[in-house]
Design a binder for this molecule. Structure first.
Ligand code: ATP
Length: 341
């Protein structure tokens, strides 16, 4: 994933987001700086708060900043339900052609789990499917929503998954689909994946229906190695898989394009716990670890990952969602202390 070599200072676009976004972003920035890596952050609002100030949900300066820096760290931004503005996350992913959503699901030491030793990698197509947002009312009471699947995007995401698997010694990829019902769209996605799979005889290729996959995952997640999914299935299965390793507060993500990347947690803005200093910043912090790898700061990435593991192993200073009593900031202090030891 590395696209840049280590340099003296990294210029990164920072989107604190809303809900729990600003409080977890603040802590994560503090920890990233404690690794010794030098950053120059370009901070920008997005979503409802940006609209209040600039009358734009995504200010022009934010587009320009990501365009310039080609790397961003992003907190969650609330997407209104059943109306309102288009998802900021989806808009940025499409605009910058961040076609691969990369979500590693791995246990942290010390956390009790029904599923020890999980090592799953979710690769979600990030630019089309139901997320194209083409919906309209045909007549009152009848709404049409269009799902777009193209050979280009399906082949591109399959290529990404197989190339990653080969490069990183992963053994198996399952395409997850509903092609018995969506025969044309999911059928095309599968055909593209099969064509790519033929070029990778060293990687075992399988296909499972998405409904069956939910049952299979809960029964025996160890049968899977990498999951290749369309946009909507990827969104849903990611939350399910987060539960294997302790919940949404833990799972990081990267939105990757050819030469641009936005790093963000799998979870949303969790307004129910916002502003209380109880949110778990681990998912965004682990996204920061992915970002450090991406910008060529491998040593800092490894040190930070080890520091996070140490804090979890110690079972001290953990947030409430994972059974602790610490606040967001105390957890951050503990990771910084672990970095220094
Ligand atoms: P979206 O669809 O916007 O991605 P989501 O379905 O992932 O959102 P969240 O907003 O992340 O939903 O919240 C789901 C629940 O998970 C929240 O109510 C919150 O209690 C919990 N949660 C999410 N993120 C965290 C976190 N970082 N720390 C602790 N709890 C969290």
């Amino acid at each position: 994933m590395t696209v840049q070599s280590a340099t003296a200072e990294h210029q990164v676009t920072l989107i604190p987001g809303d809900g729990i976004g600003p409080e977890i972003t603040r802590v994560v920035v503090r920890i990233l700086e404690a690794t010794g890596v030098k950053f120059r952050w370009e901070e920008s609002l997005a979503g409802a708060e940006a609209y209040e100030r600039y009358k734009e949900y995504i200010p022009k300066e934010l587009y320009l900043s990501i365009d310039r820096n080609r790397v961003a760290l992003k907190g969650p931004v609330t997407t209104p339900i059943g109306g309102g503005f288009t998802s900021i996350n989806v808009t940025l992913r499409k605009y910058f052609e961040l076609y691969a959503n990369f979500r590693p699901i791995q246990n942290l030491p010390g956390l009790p789990t029904h599923y020890p030793g999980i090592d799953l990698l979710i690769i979600r197509e990030n630019t089309e499917g139901e997320y194209v947002g083409i919906e309209h009312e045909v007549v009152p009471g009848v709404v049409e929503s269009i799902k777009i699947i193209t050979a280009k995007a399906s082949t591109r995401i399959a290529e990404f998954a197989f190339a990653y698997a080969r490069q990183h010694g992963r053994k198996k990829i399952h395409s997850i689909h509903k092609a018995n019902i969506m025969k044309m769209s999911d059928g095309l996605f599968l055909r593209c994946a099969r064509d790519v799979a033929k070029k990778y005889p060293d990687i075992v290729y399988g296909e499972h229906l998405v409904d069956n996959t939910c049952m299979q995952l809960v029964t025996n997640p160890y049968q899977y190695d990498m999951l290749l999914l369309e946009n909507l299935y990827g969104d849903i299965i990611s939350d399910l898989c987060a539960a294997f390793v302790g919940g949404l507060g833990l799972v990081p993500g990267a939105n990757l394009g050819e030469d641009c990347a936005i790093f963000e947690a799998v979870h949303g803005s969790a307004p129910d716990i916002a502003g209380k200093n109880i949110a778990n910043p681990t998912a965004l912090l682990q996204s920061g670890v992915l970002m450090l790898h991406h910008i060529g700061e491998t040593d800092a990435a490894n040190r930070l990952h080890r520091a996070i593991e140490k804090v979890y192993e110690s079972k001290q200073s953990l947030t409430r969602d994972v059974g602790g009593t610490a606040g967001t900031n105390e957890f951050g202090d503990a990771v910084i202390a672990a970095l220094e030891n």
